[in-house]
Design a protein around this ligand. Structure first.
Ligand SMILES: Nc1ncnc2c1ncn2[C@@H]1O[C@H](COP(=O)(O)OP(=O)(O)OP(=O)(O)O)[C@@H](O)[C@H]1O
Length: 329
């Protein structure tokens, strides 16, 4: 893994929001005095991302994910703290900076709605001043890997969500950015489109070594892509680690169901808890840290001929939910 490419130190952002009271009288009063409340969207956020990492940025609704992405993209200026991305402060020298990053907001489009996709691509080529040969090469690669050949001559408004998302991702990569920010790239997509998007992100990361920051509510995205998870809740960073570390913390308990040919007596296995038994099937739970699956099966096979085994671990959704509960968010 490379050197730090993104560094945030003590980033804070508070939004001032006008308070609206119900009723005509209150609305009239509001013309003269407006009451405000303050929303602390980010509180003292610090982390750094190394070049070539894929980091999943997760947290419940309203946690501050999009606000952080907007700060890192230079769309929002924080009230306090430092943010360095490559050699840039994102909200300064915007023109040079945007040429180095790709951004996809799942809920917003960077493509022009009424014109064919290829026209938007050409406009982006001109905005980012991509040399013609490089543009042609990238366009050919993206068209092939994202299966766009049927789509690029169609106006964006006629595309389905999944088709548009493939075009959005291509648009964000035409200029060979070093970092790709993806804010909910699989939102609203069907299962096949989600898998296609994940597969493409994996490929582009592997082939180009691009750094990826991904926000999502879909834990399958995290499981498929993120080597590292950053979790934010109520504006504060609450977890920074790998999925495996999270499994070690909450998810080491597994359930084993084993089918065997007639076994007349229940088998006790030190380190595993037996939950049910019959001459054909037994269910155990065990902790990876205490006894391995291989050891349990070895003990069982001394007593009976094993026909089939099934092992369940906690799903990523369950692990994340446990983390949310631990932090009461
Ligand atoms: N422009 C804004 N004006 C006022 N409040 C805002 C603005 N943008 C965000 N907020 C508030 O800041 C908080 C964090 O919002 P943000 O969009 O970053 O959350 P999020 O984690 O991306 O949520 P979601 O998963 O729902 O997209 C929320 O309370 C939100 O209402």
């Amino acid at each position: 893994m490379g050197n730090p490419i993104i560094t945030l130190e003590g980033i804070g952002k508070t939004f001032k929001v006008a308070k609206r009271a119900a009723g005509v009288r209150e609305a009239a009063k509001a013309l003269f005095y407006r009451k405000h409340t303050f929303v602390e969207a980010l509180k003292d956020i610090s982390f750094s991302i190394r070049e070539g990492e894929i980091a999943g940025y997760i947290g419940p609704n309203g946690a501050g994910k999009s606000t952080t992405i907007k700060v890192m993209c230079g769309v929002l200026v924080p009230d306090e703290g430092e943010c360095r991305v490559m050699s840039y402060t994102p909200w300064k020298s915007r023109t040079a900076y945007v040429g180095q990053i790709g951004v996809v907001f799942g809920q917003r489009s960077q493509l022009w709605w009424d014109v064919p996709v290829i026209d938007s691509f050409e406009l982006l080529r001109d905005i980012y001043k991509v040399p013609e040969t490089r543009y042609r090469k990238n366009l050919a690669m993206l068209t092939e890997t994202l299966a766009l050949s049927e789509l690029i001559h169609v106006p964006v408004r006629q595309l389905s969500l999944g088709q548009r998302m493939r075009c959005e991702i291509a648009a964000s990569l035409l200029h060979d950015p070093r970092i790709l920010f993806l804010d909910e790239p699989t939102i609203g997509l069907d299962a096949a489109s989600k898998i296609a998007v994940r597969q493409f992100i994996k490929t582009i990361h592997k082939e180009k070594g691009i750094t990826v920051i991904l926000t999502t509510h879909d834990m399958n995205d995290i499981e498929a892509l993120a080597e590292r998870i950053l979790m934010i809740g109520k504006g504060s960073l609450l977890y920074d680690g790998s999925l495996d570390e999270l499994r070690g913390r909450f998810g080491s308990s597994r359930t084993l169901t084993v089918d065997y040919r007639d076994c007349s007596l229940p088998v006790d296995i030190p380190g595993a808890v037996r939950h049910s038994w019959s001459p054909q099937q037994a269910v155990y739970s065990f902790d990876n840290g205490k006894i391995s699956l291989a050891d349990i099966l070895a003990r069982l096979s001394e007593q009976a001929e094993i026909l089939d085994v099934a092992v369940d671990s906690k799903s990523v959704d369950e692990l994340i939910l446990q983390l949310y509960k631990e932090h009461q968010i």
